[in-house]
Design a protein around this ligand. Structure first.
Ligand SMILES: Cc1cc2nc3c(=O)[nH]c(=O)nc-3n(C[C@H](O)[C@H](O)[C@H](O)COP(=O)(O)O)c2cc1C
Length: 209
C-alpha cells in the first residue's frame, strides 16, 4: 500500500483482540524499521521497552487511567529517549562504525563527530529533552506506519502517569519516557476524526494570523 493510503487508512484504535499475540520477529522488524528514521546527528537515542507480559500490562491499567487498550493490545511499547546517547563516547563510536563500513573517510568521521559533540555542548536539560522527544516522535510515526503496513493497529498514548510508570517499570533516570504505543489486532475501528483544512495550517514566508 502506498504511504498516502496507509496514512489515510490509519486511525487510533482503542479496542483490541486480547487473544492476538504479535510474533516477536515481526515486532522486532517493525522496531528495526523505525530505527531507520531520521534522528539528530544520528546519535540513535531512541529505545523501545516492549511490555507483553499480561501481569505487567495489568499493572499499567491504573497508571494509564484504565484505558483498556493497555491490557487488550498484544504489546505496549514504552518509547524512551536515552540521555547517555549525548555522551562523546556514543557519538565517536557511531561515526567510527560508519567509517569502518566504508561509508566515509577519516576527515568526514572527525567532522561528523566533532560537529555533534559541539552541538550538544552547553545545551540545557530542556534542550536535550526536546532532542529526545523529536527523535522518538519521528521513530514512533515510522513504527505506526510500518505496523499499518503489516496489518496491525496502534494507538500512541500520553495518557498515563509518568511517575507511576517509571516507578512500576523501574525505568532508570537516564531514560525519558516519551510515549506509549499500544499495538495489536484491532476489533473496532478508531472513531473517524476531522482535520483542519490545509489552507488553515500553512503559513507562507511569514505568519500572518
Ligand atoms: C502524543 C499522543 C498522545 C495520545 N494519547 C492518547 C491517549 O492517552 N489516549 C487516547 O485514547 N488517545 C491518545 N492519542 C490519540 C489521539 O487522540 C488521536 O491521535 C487523535 O484524536 C487523532 O485521531 P487519529 O489518530 O485516529 O487520526 C494520543 C495521540 C498522540 C499523538
Amino acid at each position: 500500500m502506498s504511504v498516502r493510503k496507509l496514512i489515510d487508512a490509519r486511525s487510533s484504535v482503542r479496542h483490541y483482540d486480547p487473544a492476538y499475540k504479535i510474533e516477536e520477529t515481526i515486532l522486532e522488524g517493525l522496531i528495526e524499521g523505525a530505527s531507520k528514521s531520521p534522528n539528530g546527528n544520528n546519535i540513535q537515542a531512541t529505545r523501545y521497552l516492549v511490555i507483553d507480559d499480561p501481569q505487567v500490562k495489568e499493572s499499567l491499567l491504573p497508571i494509564a487511567y484504565n484505558q483498556q487498550q493497555v491490557v487488550e493490545a498484544s504489546a505496549i511499547i514504552v518509547v524512551l529517549g536515552d540521555y547517555t546517547a549525548f555522551e562523546k563516547e556514543n557519538i565517536i563510536n557511531i561515526q567510527e562504525q560508519g567509517f569502518q563500513k566504508g561509508y566515509f573517510n577519516t576527515d568526514i568521521r572527525e567532522f561528523l563527530a566533532s560537529a555533534a559533540i559541539d552541538y550538544y555542548t552547553n545545551k540545557t536539560e530542556e534542550d536535550l529533552k526536546l532532542e529526545l522527544i523529536r527523535d522518538a516522535s519521528l521513530a514512533s510515526m515510522s513504527l505506526l506506519l510500518l505496523a499499518s503496513e503489516a496489518g496491525l493497529d496502534t494507538i500512541t498514548m500520553s495518557g498515563y502517569d509518568s511517575n507511576q510508570l517509571r516507578k512500576v517499570l523501574k525505568i532508570p533516570d537516564r531514560y525519558l519516557d516519551v510515549m506509549l504505543i499500544a499495538i495489536g489486532k484491532g476489533v473496532k475501528q478508531g472513531h473517524r476524526t476531522v482535520r483542519h483544512a490545509v489552507h488553515k495550517i500553512i503559513f507562507k514566508n511569514s505568519i500572518n494570523r
